[in-house]
Design a protein around this ligand. Structure first.
Ligand code: 9MR
Length: 355
């Protein structure tokens, strides 16, 4: 028979049910229990959203500035540094017991307009070593890891070594990559130094070449004693394009590990623009693509961290071209626009469970 106390108890249970998502362990704890860091990219403006802050603190153990730490943000004019946005994220992480991942020091893109001309006429490599030193020393002690060189491979440029003929390569040759890692090591010897790229996950023929060129690059760096310490797999997946080839990815990651490198997923998200409009089918496909990729990545004991390129669909840009896709709202991240966990969240949690 129901009495008042039981009814009260039932009411409390219902209430705590409502709060269950807040109380249930986040990916932060689930990953930590397996010795892995889960984290995400964010913009400092998102920290003004209290609900987002709560979700972020529950889910993430490591944070990366999504766009406030590229060179065009940090050094808008030669020698004038603006750390404001990345500093906000860094101090939030410090207050919340989160680690930081830096993004990114030497990249062909997202540079200030003045840079390319200066690189082309630079008397020496100080044009990027002073930048590495300045930025890494500013954050030394607070950063767990850094994307030192980003996206140095681009097969379309037709070089035998697969390297992109970027402004850096044109002026300094392939050795700019060595120099960048040496400068990074000197600037902060405690941070894990990462080479990050995006072509290693897929199952297409060009991905085979991309993986081979990546291994060639990493083997060369290691053979020359260059302090590259980890490979970052960006993990920009396409839920509706050619799927990840698990066998090829597994074999590739085994070879990366054999080189003595750690592995991170640095920018996981799932392009769902070609998905069915129906939400459940869309979410399932995004989750399936995530599982297909992350299950293999997590099976490799060298994997130390997984970062998604944003935590929630709430802030995803809705670019003008999406107007050509009536009814489409992007659902490519672990939490929906209400910060509720989606099937992608479950796929990530399950992948950590494989450890
Ligand atoms: O999503 C990023 C966007 O907010 C930035 O403005 C842009 C330029 O900095 O880059 C986007 O992220 C890229 C990342 O920095 C490097 N890998 C590819 C990402 C694009 O999906």
């Amino acid at each position: 028979m129901l009495n008042r106390r039981m009814l009260l108890g039932a009411g409390m249970a219902a209430l705590s049910g409502l709060r269950a998502e807040g109380a249930a362990p986040g990916l932060r704890a689930i990953a930590a229990a397996r010795g892995v860091l889960f984290g995400t990219a964010a913009g400092s403006y998102q920290l003004r959203d209290g609900d987002f802050q709560t979700a972020l603190t529950r889910e993430a153990a490591i944070l990366v500035p999504e766009y406030e730490q590229v060179r065009e943000a940090i050094e808008p004019d030669p020698g004038r540094f603006d750390f404001a946005g990345a500093d906000l994220l860094t101090s939030f992480a410090g207050r919340s017991g989160m680690a930081m991942h830096g993004h990114t020091l030497v990249w062909y893109a997202a540079n200030p307009k003045w840079l390319d001309e200066k690189v082309a006429h630079a008397p020496d490599d100080e044009i990027f070593t002073y930048y590495i030193t300045k930025v890494m020393q500013h954050y030394a002690g607070a950063y767990r890891s850094w994307d030192v060189v980003n996206e140095a491979i681009w097969l379309q440029d037709g070089r035998a070594d697969g390297l992109r003929t970027s402004q850096w390569l044109k002026r300094f040759g392939p050795g700019y990559i060595d120099t960048a890692f040496h400068a990074a090591k000197q600037a902060d010897h405690k941070a894990l130094l990462v080479y990050s790229d995006w072509g290693c996950e897929g199952g297409e023929a060009w991905n085979d070449v991309f993986r081979a060129k990546t291994l060639q690059l990493l083997e060369g760096l290691k053979a020359r004693g260059v302090p590259v310490e980890a490979l970052g797999l960006q993990g920009h997946l396409n839920g509706f394009g050619p799927p990840v080839d698990q066998a090829k990815l597994r074999a590739f990651l085994d070879r990366v590990k054999a080189l003595g490198l750690k592995i991170l997923v640095t920018e996981l998200d799932v392009d769902d623009t070609k998905a069915p409009r129906e939400i459940a089918a869309r979410d399932q496909a995004v989750a399936d693509a995530t599982a297909r990729f992350l299950d293999v990545v997590m099976d490799n004991p060298a994997t130390v961290a997984v970062l998604t390129w944003g935590l929630t669909d709430r802030y995803l840009p809705k670019p003008a071209w999406l107007k050509g896709l009536p009814g489409y709202v992007p659902r490519k991240l672990p939490l929906d626009t209400d910060l509720k966990r989606k099937p992608m969240w479950n796929a990530i949690a399950r992948a950590f469970g494989r450890r």
